[in-house]
Write a protein that binds this ligand. Sequence first.
Ligand code: OZS
Ligand code: MG
Length: 214
Amino acid sequence: TQSTRPQRILDAVQKNATRGDPRSVVKAIDHFCRNKEWAMNVGDEKGCILDSVVSEVNPATVLELGTYCGYSTVRIASLLPPHAKLITLEFNPDFAAIARQVIAWAGLEDKVQLVEGASGDWIPKMKEQFGVKTFDLVFLDHWKNSYLPDTKLMEECSLLRKGSVLLADNVICPGAPDYLEFVRSSPRYKSQYFKSHLEYTKVEDGLEKSVFLG
Ligand SMILES: O=C(NC/C=C/[C@H]1O[C@@H](n2cnc(C(F)(F)F)c2)[C@H](O)[C@@H]1O)c1cc([N+](=O)[O-])cc(O)c1O
Ligand SMILES: [Mg+2]
């Protein structure tokens, strides 16, 4: 039977990475996507920017929108302090099944809660279901036209507090123009663009870091 790209990414991890070693999992996926098959992971160049923002924020609670194969989930979770929690939302059950195995291979199951479903359903339930008060950091890397509505929904559900950091992938390529316009023009956000390149290519892309001002 024909395998899927996420399945081939998991195979590359299980063949080339060391169990319990998150950095080797990240390295194995980057090597596969640079040399065998491109895939929409945040990648190593933007991943370093992601790492620096995570380290700076040192979050106790993180929400990731868009798990895919778990590449950025592993990057983020490997940098969290001992009792910190990362909730990652994934809509596609096949991607979720692969991501669970990638996260397990990295030995990060205890830090990560992978939730399957739609953001519109789950964001309003975060407090009651997971005992989350607010998120210190949100990484947006799901459908680009969902970035803005989901940000507004997180505000409405009081999931953001003064100082919460939103970090959005792909604000140039494929682009999230309505989101970018919103966070850059709203008086309730302080936004900053980190110029980089689309994963594994020379095409321009970047991350937008936006601090919620309350
Ligand atoms: O389309 C891109 N990403 C879309 C990513 C989408 C991923 O987010 C999940 N999701 C959907 N809703 C939720 C939630 F959370 F709401 F439940 C989670 C989808 O099932 C998918 O796994 C993309 C495309 C390119 N590219 O170069 O084309 C490069 C990139 O870095 C990209 O991220
Ligand atoms: Mg992306």
